[in-house]
Ligand binder design. Structure first.
Ligand code: CO
Length: 213
């Protein structure tokens, strides 16, 4: 069973290559020349939220970073390196933080269960709960509170992106860069735009603001 699944992946790949070449014999030669995606996607690692597929994007159109609960942790070298490359080399014009309802990472952050090393990653999400404790604690219905926590976590990660030296420096140079927050509905397939869009440091808390003079 497992072996069959594994072998099937290679077969699927061959079929995919054939279908692409049928449409355009130069398809892969063109892709090999380089990438200039307009979008950086920061999403959850959840297997049900494949970045390209749910937005109908083709290879070459989305630069992707995924981790558990789509977190922007300011000391995460992996995320910072992806962000730096996307903003300063690829010059993406949009960054989308996309979470999803029923996120296991967010759910874990609402419990006291010790899981393992991941507790230390989940703790960043717990901090988001603490920032929004009044609103979240006031929601009696558990499902509603969970859904709202997913949304508030996206908003927080969008803010966290605006605080990075990378994004602030890009805005300082007049670079066209907008950050957005989305939540994907696993049970509907539909994306909810949370309408938190930032394209300048205007709303950045003063303590976070960097001067580039
Ligand atoms: Co998730």
């Amino acid at each position: 069973m497992e072996k069959a699944f594994y072998n099937q992946l290679i077969e699927n790949n061959k079929e995919w290559v054939a279908s692409k070449l049928e449409m355009d014999p130069q398809y892969f030669e063109k892709l090999a020349k380089g990438q200039q995606p307009p979008l950086l996607w920061i999403g959850c690692a959840d297997s049900r939220v494949p970045a390209n597929e749910i937005i109908g994007a083709q290879p070459g159109e989305v630069f992707v970073h995924r981790n558990i609960a789509n977190m922007v942790v300011h000391s995460d070298m992996n995320m910072l390196s992806v962000l730096d490359y996307a903003v300063n080399v690829l010059k993406v014009r949009h960054i989308i933080v996309c979470s999803h309802y029923s996120c296991g990472g967010i759910q874990a952050a609402m419990t006291n269960q010790h899981i393992g090393l991941i507790d230390n990653w989940i703790r960043h999400i717990k901090d988001v709960y603490r920032h929004n404790k009044n609103e979240l604690d006031s929601i009696g219905d558990q499902q509603e509170r969970f859904d709202r926590f997913v949304e508030l976590n996206v908003v927080e990660q969008v803010y966290d992106l605006t605080k990075t030296s990378i994004v602030q420096a890009a805005w300082d140079k007049g670079q066209n860069l907008t950050i957005h927050g989305w939540v994907y509905g696993i049970d509907s397939g539909l994306i909810k735009d949370l309408d938190v869009n930032f394209s300048s440091d205007d709303e950045l808390g003063d303590v976070y603001r960097l001067s580039f003079e």
